[in-house]
Design a binder for this molecule. Structure first.
Ligand code: IPD
Ligand code: CA
Ligand code: CA
Length: 261
């Protein structure tokens, strides 16, 4: 029932994203100069709420554009109605609906759906990670020097030691490919699918990582905060890898260097 409701919520919201893609929807600014919200974000949220409330009217909901709909429940739905809104607003089909479910403070299920490339990611704690109907696994690369990496940058840039640009520069100066897709949920799913070997970002919100985080873990990868410690989606910094390059990436994010051949 929980799984079906999650899948229906992500699928119905994705229909909204597709319907309005490249149309003349209203775009507004949020905090941070280029941090956007569109009327489609709100429509997607409405559809997701309706699906959840039909089956689980007493569950807690935390969603990017509405905030918390607090209820006394052990279940919490953490929702990003469009992850990759700047992409969406510019007609770039790297964006998705992302929904994670926590039970008693532990992430138990996640779904990320990008309808533009027909990729539906789903994971349930202890049951593995899936892309459409196929089981997915993280990559096997042992070293960052030969890895394909991905990251993201906050809308309000924070210039700090070992900040986003310093880490980025360290990797790029060594000739390591570091992509920047503009959707943290897609970044995490593509680590889960073995397309990227590692992802790090300094300033995320719970809805950006809630679903992707369980996808990576269930695909056999590792997720920590920037210090290499226990992760939950309420922390801002994240490192998600295939596991093998994890310690090296933690070290780089804390001032260390890329290990040479
Ligand atoms: C953003 C994306 C982006 C990340 C930003 C997020 P939004 O979410 O996930 O990749 O770099 O930090 O805010 O605003 O498109 O939902
Ligand atoms: Ca987001
Ligand atoms: Ca969003």
């Amino acid at each position: 029932m929980l799984k079906n409701t999650l899948i229906k919520a992500a699928t119905d919201a994705a229909v909204v994203l597709k319907e309005h893609f490249n149309t003349n929807f209203k775009i507004s600014n949020k905090e941070g100069m280029n941090n956007l919200v569109t009327e489609v974000d709100h429509k997607s949220e409405e559809v997701i709420f309706a699906v959840i409330k039909e089956s689980f009217p007493d569950h807690y909901i935390l969603s990017e554009e509405t905030g918390a709909i607090a209820q006394d429940s052990s279940y919490k739905w953490i929702i990003d109605p469009i992850d990759g809104t700047v992409n969406y607003a510019n007609g770039i089909p790297i964006c998705c609906v992302s929904i994670g479910i926590e039970k008693d403070g532990k992430m138990i299920m996640g779904a990320v759906y990008n309808p533009f490339i027909n990729e539906f990611y789903f994971a349930e704690r202890g049951q593995g990670a899936y892309l459409n109907d196929a089981r997915i696994y993280v990559s096997n690369k042992p070293r960052i020097l030969h890895s394909n990496m991905v990251t993201g940058f906050p809308y309000t840039y924070i210039d700090e030691p070992n900040g986003p640009l310093e880490v980025f520069s360290k990797l790029v100066r060594r000739g390591i490919p570091v992509r920047r897709l503009g959707s943290a949920a897609m970044d995490l799913c593509w680590v889960a699918a073995g397309r990227f070997d590692g992802f790090y970002e300094h300033q995320l919100s719970p809805w950006d990582s809630a679903a992707g985080f369980i996808l990576v873990e269930e695909a056999g990868g590792k997720v920590t905060n920037l210090k290499g410690d226990y992760y939950n989606p309420y922390q801002h910094g994240i490192i998600a890898t295939n596991g093998k390059i994890h310690d090296e990436l933690v070290s780089i994010c804390n001032g260390g260097d890329v290990i040479e051949d």
